[in-house]
Structure formats: C-alpha cells, structure tokens
Design a protein around this ligand. Structure first.
Ligand code: ZN
Ligand code: ZN
Length: 409
C-alpha cells in the first residue's frame, strides 16, 4: 500500500474511527477532489451506510468578499441551517480536510470577514456543540494545496516539487512511512500521550506557571475537576476517534478568571486569511487587559472583540519542543500543524470534556464553573526551547512539568 493510501486509511479508520453502518460527511476543498473521492471510497470499504461530500472553495470565497455588495454579508441562510440540523439529527461523523492558503483573504475588508464568520459560526453552532462535547466522531486533517505548499516551501523549483515536499513533511509528522503500519504507530503514540495525561491527573495541579526568555511570565489556574485530555477520546457513540491528525498535545481548560500575567506569541498566528506576528497579551483575573503586535495588531484586536469572551482563555495545551512536527523546523502556516509543534493557549471557548460535571449545564453555569464559553476558539503558540513550566499542587508543592521546552514529568 502506498503512503497516500495509508494516510487516507488512517484518517477514516483511526481518525474518524468510522464503524460499519455509520454515516460520514466529508468537507473537502474542490481543488482536492481526488482526495475527497479516495476518502469516500475508503469509508465505503469500512462499511459506511452513506457518505456525503460537501465541496468548498476558498478562491470563490475571496471573489465573494471582494465583489459582493455590503448587504450580502452577515445574514443567516436557511438552507445552510437546515443542512447543519440534518447532519446533527442523522448523527453523521465528520471528516474535515483542512487546506487553506494562509493569505487567501489578504487585502479583504476585515469587517466583512468578521461579520460573515460570526454568522457562519452561529449557523454551524448545533454541529460545533456536538463536536466540542465529543457527541460525534470527527477528524481534522490536512492535504497540500499548491498555494499552501508554495508558502511553506518558497525555494522549491516548482509547484510540483513544493507539493511533494509538503506530502513528505505531512507523512513524517503523521507517522506514515513505507515500512510500518500507521495504525499501530498511532496506538503506541496514543498510549504515550495518555500516560502524560494520567500523570497530570494524578498531580492535580492548582496552577501552572509559564516562563521563558521571550518575556512570558504567566500563571494559569486550573479549575477544580479539570480533566487533562490526550488524543484517543471515546465519543458518545461509544467509538474511539482521534480528533486531529497529527496531534502531540495534552490539554485542559484554565479557570476563566484565573489567568494572570503576560504571554508572548512564539509563532505567527494565521487569522482571517492573514498573519498576526510578534504579539503579546496581558491578562488580569482571566481577562485580556492589554495587548500588542508588530504585525497586524488590528487583526488581534478584531479576534479579541469578535465574540463575547474571546478575550478569556479556554485551553492550555502542552506540546514538547522535540515533537516530530517541531523538529521538522517548518513554519506550517496551518494551525493543525503549528499547534502541534508548540505549547499553546486558546482564546475563547473551553471544551466541556476538559471539566468534570459539565453535562446539561447552561452557558452561564459553565462560565460560573470556570469553563469559558464563547463562539471563538483560536489557538496561539507560546512554546519555545527555553520554556519552563512549574506546577503548584493543591498543598503548595512546586513540581517542574516542562524544562527547556520538554516534558519533565
Ligand atoms: Zn490544542
Ligand atoms: Zn485549541
């Protein structure tokens, strides 16, 4: 079996965890039609009851943003809502093929994008609620597109070479090679990450203190009942799935009002089709009180103001600096890859499964419990080879969790 076929099999069977009789919807860019078709075939081979493909196209999205009249933005579209409702009601599993040109929306009026993204997030909320509570099995993975590959490998001779380089980098990061079975590789990887999560659960830290030479000096308190999560979750369907391939993170939610100090971004943040870079954010009692960026500060502002509670944190994720993705030394311009090369935090929503006792709670109750609720969930990278993380236990003992950017437990 070639590596492409192994990769598709890994995503459908181990990623989505698709079982015979289940339905699957594949979100796929039209430029990657071959990949959508391969995934569909693989899903039917696995016994899928029905497979739908939703094709998307970011280039026509750009044309729309640049040319449509003002009142074409910011209103809900009934048939899209009906489609979301149908997928939720029918219990579809989800495979998202995520491949965007990081600068596709460069030069587009950010107010238009902001307005439209807000509505898109409202329309897809019934589905994103299922996703964030692991009610459905889902997987997010990437496939090279010419624009993305050329951005990541600007020195490649031509488009073809850039795409080949990108594929090899993706295979390496996703533990897909000629000699071994990636399904076995992922079993071992999941076990190792779950070992770290178990250790963190035992230690039951009250807070974590992040420090590095960039100037980061940040304390994140962890709510009582916080849960450390590694990949390999069980969905409410009873089946295991891996939400992201690749993944290297072990993560939980900080207390929404327990974040204090300053943190520096250590990688560019791709947001709304452009790049925010060299930025810092200062928190008091969980809320952002000051921030700055050398590049595109206005986008950082818009990110923090887009939705209620986007200016609080919802995720703290630990990723060793020596992960294969980080060691590749590539700046991926793709959150799925960059977040797995670096410790990160996320503005906005915390995931329900990161806190015990969240079933059937209202948004207000969840906020009250310390789990931030927002329509935003945006990761940003804070890891570095010099990152130190000290955990403080409930009885005040300090234990090194990360030393020199890597696991110390
Ligand atoms: Zn994460
Ligand atoms: Zn995240």
């Amino acid at each position: 079996m070639d590596k492409l076929q192994k990769y598709v099999k890994l995503l459908v069977n181990t990623g989505v965890g698709l079982k015979a009789g289940q339905k699957l919807v594949i979100n796929c860019p039209v430029d990657l039609a071959y990949f959508g078709r391969l995934a569909m075939k693989e899903a039917y081979d696995a016994g899928a009851a029905e497979v739908l493909i939703l094709w998307n196209d970011e280039i026509s999205g750009r044309i729309h943003y640049l040319n449509a009249p003002d009142d074409a933005f910011g209103h809900e579209i009934e048939w899209i809502k009906a489609r979301v409702k149908y997928l939720v009601d029918e219990g579809y599993c989800l495979l998202n093929v995520y491949a965007t040109d990081p600068e596709n929306l460069k030069g587009v009026n950010p107010e238009r994008v902001q307005k439209q993204q807000k509505v898109n997030q409202m329309m897809s909320k019934p589905l994103s609620d299922k996703v964030t509570s692991s009610a459905v099995q889902w997987n997010l993975a990437s496939v090279p597109t010419p624009s993305w590959a050329k951005k990541v490998f600007p020195n490649a001779k031509n488009e073809e070479e850039a795409i080949d380089l990108m594929w090899e980098a993706i295979y390496a990061a996703c533990r897909v090679d000629d000699a071994t079975d990636p399904v076995d590789n992922w079993k071992a990887h999941v076990d190792s990450l779950q070992g770290k999560a178990n250790k963190l659960m035992e230690l039951n830290f009250k807070s974590l203190h992040f420090k590095n030479s960039y100037g980061t000096d940040l304390i994140t308190e962890l709510p009582a009942g916080h849960v450390w999560v590694a990949c390999g979750e069980k969905a409410k369907t009873g089946n295991n799935f891996i939400a992201n391939i690749p993944t290297e993170e072990v993560f939980t939610a900080p207390h929404r009002e327990g974040v204090h100090g300053i943190v520096y971004g250590t990688k560019p943040l791709v947001y709304m089709g452009d790049v925010i870079d060299e930025f810092w954010v200062k928190f008091e009692k969980g809320k952002v009180v000051e921030y700055g960026a050398k590049k595109n500060e206005h986008l950082l502002k818009s990110l923090l103001e887009l939705h209620k509670n986007a200016d609080y944190l919802g995720e703290v994720a630990l990723v060793p600096y020596n992960s294969p993705i980080s060691q590749s030394g590539i700046l991926w311009y793709n959150t799925l890859y960059d977040e797995n090369a670096s410790c990160h935090l996320a503005f906005g929503r915390g995931y329900n499964y990161c806190l015990a006792g969240t079933d059937d709670k209202t948004e207000d109750e969840l906020n009250e419990m310390g789990l931030n609720q927002s329509l935003t969930h945006e990761d940003f990278m804070v890891g570095s080879p010099c990152l130190e993380i000290i955990g403080t236990t409930q009885d005040g003992k300090e234990i090194a969790v990360f030393t020199k950017g890597d696991w110390a437990i």
